[in-house]
Design a protein around this ligand. Structure first.
Ligand code: ADP
Ligand code: MG
Length: 258
């Protein structure tokens, strides 16, 4: 079976500066891979390229099809992105925002069908968001809003989810809630997850594999215990940490230098 994501020698330049300098990445169907790396390493850029939001002529294939061969609407049925800080349209209700996820199923300039409305209702119920349908999205708390962003991605019906720092704005309890939810949905619906995350211990607890991106290249990749090492984190983050084995992956503890 083809991999969900196949990236070969991806090179991206932005504003004349090389950002990704030859990245290889494979994500198997059903796998959860999280990209880590210091600020500015190119994590968001990598996700944008995989989501088809950057020109990446031949470097990216999704489920065996080169991304350049997928038309926009077809691509949207395959891959759904939750951006690092999604733009929240002013005054938009939660239901209408989630309904945007159905756009690839609607005829151009056409209206939503009964099936689209049913899909939105189903996803709101599944994510425990029924009570929020008529609320203005901007009035929700960070955790509630993150669930709505996920709901829109799920309503899109794509089986590959790209999640760029889905938990950075959340407290520790809501981080766990959102990530457990993603994992549950992944299992129930055979989803593939490619995420980026800053909290290294949490990244390791949820991902099957981690990819450490530094200076536009893959510096390390593998099971969390192979990537979250004191040596690699010192080298690529210039961080002074202690790594302790834990039941679901290593715990990374920042230490003061003196
Ligand atoms: P990360 O998500 O790992 O923090 P990004 O992928 O957002 O990193 O950015 C990687 C690098 O690319 C950063 O140095 C950033 O400043 C640069 N960059 C991002 N977008 C642009 C752009 N449109 N033009 C020039 N440089 C950019
Ligand atoms: Mg980023």
């Amino acid at each position: 079976m083809s991999a969900a994501v196949e990236v070969r020698d991806l090179r991206v330049e932005l504003g004349g500066t090389p950002i990704l300098a030859g990245v290889d990445l494979t994500v198997a169907v059903g796998e959860w891979v999280t990209v880590i790396g210091p600020n500015g390493a190119g994590k968001s850029t990598l996700l944008r390229a995989v989501g088809g939001l950057l020109p990446a002529p031949d470097a990216v294939s999704l489920f065996g099809t080169p991304i350049r061969a997928l038309r926009r609407r077809d691509r949207a049925r395959v891959v759904a992105t939750v951006a690092q800080s999604p733009v929240v349209p002013a005054g938009m209700a939660v239901f209408d925002y989630v309904l945007l996820g159905r756009t690839p199923y609607m005829p151009p300039l056409g209206r939503e069908s009964a099936a689209d409305l049913a899909a939105v209702h189903e996803v709101l119920t599944r994510l425990d968001l029924d009570a929020f349908g008529r609320r203005e999205l901007a009035t929700l708390s960070g955790g509630e809003r993150q669930r709505v962003f996920l709901a829109r991605a799920l309503a899109q019906g794509a089986t590959l989810l790209l999640l760029d720092e889905p938990t950075s704005a959340l407290d520790i309890g809501h981080q766990q809630e959102v990530l457990e939810l993603v994992d549950q949905l992944r299992r129930e619906h055979d989803l593939t997850v490619l995420a980026t995350m800053h909290d290294l211990s949490i990244a390791g607890e949820y991902a099957d594999r981690l990819v450490l991106l530094a200076d536009g290249r893959v510096a390390a990749a593998g099971p969390p215990a192979e990537v979250l090492t004191e040596e690699l984190l010192a080298r690529h983050y210039h961080a002074h940490v202690r790594v302790i084995p834990g039941p679901h992956g290593p715990h990374v503890i920042p230490l003061r230098r003196r």
